[in-house]
Design a protein around this ligand. Structure first.
Ligand code: MSP
Length: 513
């Protein structure tokens, strides 16, 4: 199992904290939906979960955005943060905490931590001369630029020459090399780990960790003329949200089981973050999983390129669960994927409407028609070996394995194999033929029971991905009591006979162009 929760039955998952210079778009929602799936899945398994997200509110980028809007940075961040909170609410995100880097709990702790690293001798005063990309909040050497542009976002960087504090990153090169060697699962996917390893092998230089020219940031405790470099400030959110090292939260949840991030911020999470933690003698997170980008016509979706899609309007049209499903089903987690409305619409109409929605609709219609809406009792359930009863446990294993590997699309693929098998079971067993023959009443009861039971289990399978649909399926099956914190009981035969179904509207009506 890739995500070790067995040692202490706790699970800590994080998203990056989002910049609040601009409004959220669907690229941002990707990381958070994936983290939500993990959090929901682990909770359902009875694990003690802490799921953290938040906002990255300091730095030059925010300062400039505020100036451009004739606002103070505080006014801008207070406004944009509510937009992020609204989107997470809309998307049914179940984060346990939301950290803002402007909060006192974060600011005071970051200052203490910065001072501790300084006292240890790992931070020293020097002068920085080199390039800075404000949109990425990244320092670059001349050699790292691509065609005189930022190698990450291809925008023009500015030349900086200023007094700065430096962190002795170079001191941690050997440590990192050994750590990567001993923990092959630390950075995933493997290809990204290897890329990063090569960069570390090529040599690590000390990095600038303060800005003399940026006011909007956390003041360096030893020198109020400087603010702490926004990336160092931001990375610490993963521990400041837990409280200090003696707090119960910290003891229960650190080290994090998984930081989920986008590929452009791997350097910070895979090199700088572990080195800072090592300097503080704090354990390293167990895993950093790097996903790819949503692109539009090959370009990364971003507000500044003007190709960003608003998560609220897309969910208005397609529905929240359909959007969550699409994001994780369409592209293997780790790779880039091109966004298209046609692909989204096809997923909704085919996978959700034709496969899942139709299975529920026809099963409930037959339950209504042949058994007056009562789940029939059949004495043969426990000794009937059909594909659905046989495969439920197998699919559950595949889901577990793939979720724990952050391979969400494969988990969903496995679930859809099962849904298709259930639809095929309807066609093969032909309940409408059985219903015409009084002597086959028991066979009909068994068939209808099996279909309802398969749907009960499918609703559990899809719960982390599509929580609202899962609940609706259970409600339509007449199962009302599991709802909150439902345990993952997928053992065949769990559905009680005799309950009355509550057939409702089709789950995913066809979406026309
Ligand atoms: N503030 C930093 C993270 C600090 S974490 C200690 C940051 N913020 S961000 O708002 O620019 O990006 C946050 C996350 O959103 C990143 O993981 C990034 O990859 C993700 N995405 C932003 N646009 C994206 C796409 N177009 N596609 C997929 N994910 C993208 O970086």
């Amino acid at each position: 199992m890739q995500l070790d929760t067995e040692t202490d039955n706790s699970f800590y998952v994080t998203t990056p904290i989002y910049y609040v210079n601009d409004l959220p778009h669907i690229g941002h929602t990707y990381t958070t939906i994936a983290a939500d799936v993990l959090a929901r899945y682990m909770r359902e398994k009875g694990t003690n979960v802490f799921f953290l997200t938040g906002t990255d509110e300091h730095g030059q980028k925010i300062q400039k955005a505020a100036e451009a809007n004739s606002r103070s940075p505080k006014e801008l961040t207070d406004e944009v943060v509510t937009r992020f909170r609204d989107v997470w609410k809309r998307l049914c995100i179940t984060n346990d905490d939301f950290i803002r880097t402007t909060e006192e709990r974060h600011v005071s702790r970051v200052q203490k931590i910065f001072k501790a690293i300084y006292d240890k001798g790992d931070i020293y005063l020097g002068e920085y001369e080199g390039w800075y990309c404000t949109p990425c909040e990244s320092f670059w050497t001349q050699g790292q630029l691509a065609d005189s542009k930022c190698p990450d976002c291809a925008r023009a960087p500015e030349m900086l020459k200023e007094e700065s504090y430096f962190f002795r990153l170079s001191k941690y090169q050997d440590f990192l090399l050994q750590y990567f060697e001993e923990h092959p699962e630390f950075i995933r996917p493997r290809s990204r780990r290897n890329e990063l390893l090569n960069r570390i092998k090529a040599g690590l230089e000390d990095i600038s960790v303060s800005r003399a020219a940026v006011e909007w940031g956390i003041t360096v405790p030893m020198n109020p003329k400087h603010t702490i470099y926004v990336w160092v400030d931001a990375l610490f959110n993963y521990i400041t949200a837990l409280g200090d090292e003696n707090s119960d939260r910290f003891k229960s949840f650190w080290p994090a089981n998984i930081h989920i991030i986008g590929k452009e911020i791997l350097w910070f999470h895979g090199v700088i973050w572990p080195a800072l933690l090592k300097s503080l003698d704090i354990e390293l997170p167990l895993q950093v999983f790097t996903h790819g980008w949503w692109t539009i016509e090959g370009k990364k979706m971003s507000k500044s390129l003007g190709n960003a899609i608003d998560p609220i309007s897309i969910t208005d049209k397609y529905g929240v669960d359909a959007f969550r499903y699409f994001m994780l089903r369409e592209v293997p987690f780790g790779l880039d994927g091109n966004f298209s409305y046609t692909a989204l619409q096809n997923r909704v109409n085919d996978d959700l409407g034709n496969d899942l929605g139709n299975l529920l609709y026809r099963t409930l219609s037959m339950t209504q028609k042949y058994f007056k809406g009562i789940i029939p009792k059949s004495d043969s359930v426990s000794n009937d070996n059909n594909k659905l009863s046989e495969n439920a446990a197998l699919i559950e294993k595949q889901i577990e394995q793939n979720i724990c590997n952050s391979q969400f699309s494969l988990s969903l693929e496995a679930i859809w194999i099962y849904i298709k098998q259930a639809n095929k079971y309807v066609e093969d067993s032909k309940p409408w033929v059985l219903a015409k023959d009084e002597t086959r009443k028991e066979e009909l009861a068994l068939t209808i029971y099996n279909l309802n039971e398969a749907l009960r289990i499918i609703a559990i399978f899809i719960y982390p991905f599509m929580p609202d649909t899962s609940k609706k399926i259970h409600e339509q099956l007449g199962i009302l009591e599991i709802e909150e914190n439902m345990r993952r009981d997928t053992t065949w035969g769990g559905l009680a006979a005799g309950i009355k179904i509550q057939k409702g509207e089709p789950l995913f009506p066809k979406i026309e162009d």
